[in-house]
Design a protein around this ligand. Structure first.
Ligand code: NAP
Length: 301
């Protein structure tokens, strides 16, 4: 069987179309959604995120403000800065760019973002609302993975789901989202580093969701025939030629490519649906950041 691809780009495009209309309506009421990003110190990885966030928000008509603080900023100073944004009526959502310098406890600062401006869904209040199945905002990647899964239109009720990885931003919220609907929920199993026999759990899964960050972790023989596979992992690996030698780029450095945690070429032969990397969950993470920003703007009316 060759699996159907779950196209994240196409789905993200549709979601953004819907959001554009909501943003127009908000603007009609005099409200322009705005996202305030806070970066502490210099970091090349977060510069890429910032560029992408700016482009994604501005394309949608969401205001984007970047606040760059020096890398000597103390935790207390950052908490005070966040408090200022929490109180600023012109700011709908706040995002703290990662990583932050060592003197700052990132989790503590993320938790200080007001629940009504928490576009990453990391505040304990919003995490708690996930338990009640009533979250207005939720961690972007988890929400994006669920959107992609639902786009297969396969009924979830009665299915066995295995989630590999139990981080607070991906694996745990996905598991709570799977349990959202009392009568329509599947049966989730959550695997992590201490799981003894990972393959035993992945092989029984009608739906397999993987969020670990280890290329090649899930091989074809670990997947049930006809399963839906959602691969969230992002890994940069060297490109190899037929003999297994690294391919070099024009600068003589090893060429690299982005892959997920699932061996795609093997999985595509077993699964009924599969999300590719790149082009699967990634575009939906951005779309969900926009959706959360719009939700926050609406909550402040
Ligand atoms: P994380 O915080 O490092 O969590 C990884 C999880 O995998 C942990 O729960 C860990 O368990 C578990 N794990 C590690 N080795 C394992 C193994 N051999 N078997 C089973 N579980 C194992 O990472 P994350 O933030 O959740 O991200 C996971 C992956 O998703 C990364 O590749 C990341 O780049 C990617 N990601 C993608 C997007 C996107 O937009 N597509 C967004 C966010 C993240 P323990 O905690 O018990 O060690």
């Amino acid at each position: 069987m060759a699996a159907k691809l779950l196209d994240g780009e196409a789905l993200a495009g549709k979601i953004k179309e819907g959001l554009r209309k909501e943003i127009e309506e908000l603007k009609g009421k005099g409200i322009t959604p705005s996202l305030a990003a806070v970066q502490v110190g210099e970091n090349s990885a977060s510069r890429v995120y910032i560029r992408n966030q700016r482009r994604a928000t501005e394309e949608m008509g969401i205001d984007y403000q970047l606040h760059e603080l020096p890398d000597t900023t103390s935790e207390e100073e950052l908490l005070q800065f966040i408090e200022k944004l929490n109180k600023d009526p012109a700011v709908s959502g706040v995002i703290l760019q990662m990583p932050v310098p060592g003197q700052i406890n990132a989790r503590k600062v993320q938790m200080s973002i007001s629940p009504s401006k928490d576009v990453e869904g990391m505040n304990p209040v919003n995490m708690g609302m996930l338990v009640y199945g009533q979250a207005k905002v939720a961690p972007c990647t988890a929400r994006g993975a669920m959107e992609l899964l639902r786009s297969s239109e396969v009924e979830l009720k009665g299915k066995e789901v295995t989630v590999v990885g139990h981080s607070e931003i991906v694996g745990k919220p996905i598991t709570l989202m799977l349990l959202e609907s009392l009568m329509e929920s599947p049966t989730p199993t959550v695997c992590h580093i201490a799981t003894k026999d990972l393959a035993a759990h992945t092989k029984k899964a009608d739906i397999l969701i993987v969020a670990v960050g280890k290329a090649g972790l899930i091989k074809g023989d670990m997947i049930k025939e006809g399963a839906i596979v959602i691969d969230i992992g992002i890994n940069r690996v060297p490109v190899l030629d037929e003999k297994g030698n690294p391919v070099l780029n024009e600068k003589g450095k090893p060429k690299r490519k982005t892959v997920g945690d699932v061996v795609f070429e093997e999985a595509v032969q077993k699964a009924s649906y599969i999300s590719p990397v790149p082009g699967g969950v990634g575009p939906l993470t951005t779309a969900m950041l926009l959706k959360n920003t719009v939700e926050c703007a609406k909550a402040q009316i």
